[in-house]
Ligand binder design. Structure first.
Ligand code: ATR
Length: 262
C-alpha cells in the first residue's frame, strides 16, 4: 500500500495541495497517496487520531487548525513555535512549519528579490503572519515592521522578535521594499488602507492569497508597485513539506508554471 498523506482544514474542497503533491510524487518517483480531510471545526484531534490509526505518515494543516496542530504535536521545530502547518508521524508527532521558508524561497529564488537589508512590511498579525516572521528575519531583512488593525496584536507578535517593530496602518511611512499581505481581508473584504507612498515604484507587493487578483494587488499596481500572488509560496511550502516527509526535494518550477497556467 502507498504511504498516506493529506491536507486537513475546514473548508478544504478547493485546496490545491493534493494536486501539487501528486505532481511532486510523479516527478520524484515516490509511492504515496495524498488526499484531503475536512475535519469538523471541533473535531481536529479526532480526525488526526483516526488518520494516524489508519497508518498515515503525515499531514499538511491549514486554516483554521494551525494553532491546534501545534498543541497536538509532541515536539515542534523552532520555526513552528507559534503555528504548525506540517505534521510528521514518526516516533510520535513532530510539528514543523514550512510557510516561512516557502515565502522566502518564492521571494528570493523565484522572484529574484534580494531581502538582505531591505525594509519589509508585514500586514497582519494572525496565524499567517506569525508563520513567516522568523524566516524573514533569518533571510536578513534590514527592517521589519508588523502592521495590524488591532495594534496590540502586532505589538505582541513583534515583541517576540528582537528588532521588529509594530504599527497601525495609518502611522506607516514609506516607501517599503517589500509589502506582504498576510491578513485575511484579501478575499472578500477591503484590504487595510495604507498611507500614500508606502507602496511605490520599486516595491514588491506580495499577497499570500493565491490565484486571485485581490484588491491589495490592484491597489499596489495602481501605486506603481509590482504585485505578485501567493502561488509560489504555496508550491514552495509544499515542496518543503514533501522534503520533510520523503527526504527528496522536488523541482518546483514546472509545477508552479502549470499552476499559474491554470
Ligand atoms: P490567519 O490565520 O489567516 O492569519 P487570523 O488569525 O484570524 O487568521 O488573522 C487574521 C488577520 O487578518 C488579522 O491580522 C486581522 O486583523 P485583526 O488582528 O485586527 O483582527 C486581519 N484582518 C482580517 N480582516 C481584516 C480587515 N477587514 N481589515 C484589516 N485587517 C483584517
Amino acid at each position: 500500500m502507498s504511504d498516506r498523506y493529506a491536507v486537513i482544514g475546514n473548508p478544504i474542497a478547493h485546496s490545491k495541495s493534493p494536486w501539487i503533491h501528486a505532481r511532486f510524487a510523479r516527478q520524484t518517483g515516490q509511492d504515496l497517496e495524498y488526499g484531503r480531510i475536512e475535519a469538523p471545526l471541533d473535531g481536529f484531534a479526532a480526525a488526526v487520531d483516526e488518520f494516524r490509526a489508519a497508518g498515515a505518515r503525515g499531514l499538511n494543516v491549514t486554516v483554521p487548525f494551525k494553532e491546534q496542530a501545534r498543541r497536538y504535536s509532541d515536539r515542534v521545530s523552532a520555526r513552528a513555535a507559534l503555528v504548525v502547518n506540517t505534521l510528521v508521524f514518526q516516533d510520535g508527532v513532530f510539528g514543523d512549519n514550512t510557510d516561512g521558508v516557502g515565502l522566502v524561497r518564492d521571494l528570493s529564488v523565484n522572484l529574484g528579490v534580494e531581502l538582505k537589508g531591505r525594509k519589509v512590511l508585514l500586514m497582519g498579525a494572525g496565524g499567517a503572519a506569525q508563520a513567516v516572521v522568523g524566516a524573514l528575519l533569518e533571510a536578513g531583512v534590514g527592517r521589519l515592521v508588523i502592521a495590524n488593525r488591532t495594534l496590540a496584536r502586532a505589538q505582541a507578535l513583534a515583541a517576540r522578535f528582537p528588532g521588529v517593530t509594530a504599527s497601525g496602518y495609518a502611522a506607516l511611512d514609506g516607501p517599503v521594499d517589500v509589502a506582504v499581505n498576510a491578513t485575511s481581508a484579501g478575499l472578500a473584504g477591503k484590504p487595510p488602507e495604507l498611507p500614500q507612498g508606502v507602496l511605490a515604484k520599486g516595491t514588491l507587493a506580495y499577497d499570500m492569497v493565491y490565484g486571485k487578483e485581490t484588491a491589495f494587488l490592484a491597489a499596489a499596481r495602481a501605486s506603481g508597485a509590482r504585485g505578485v500572488d501567493g502561488s509560489g509560496m504555496l508550491v514552495e511550502q509544499a515542496a518543503e513539506s514533501f522534503f520533510l516527509w520523503r527526504g527528496v526535494r522536488p523541482d518546483t518550477a514546472p509545477v508552479l508554471k502549470e499552476l499559474r497556467a491554470g
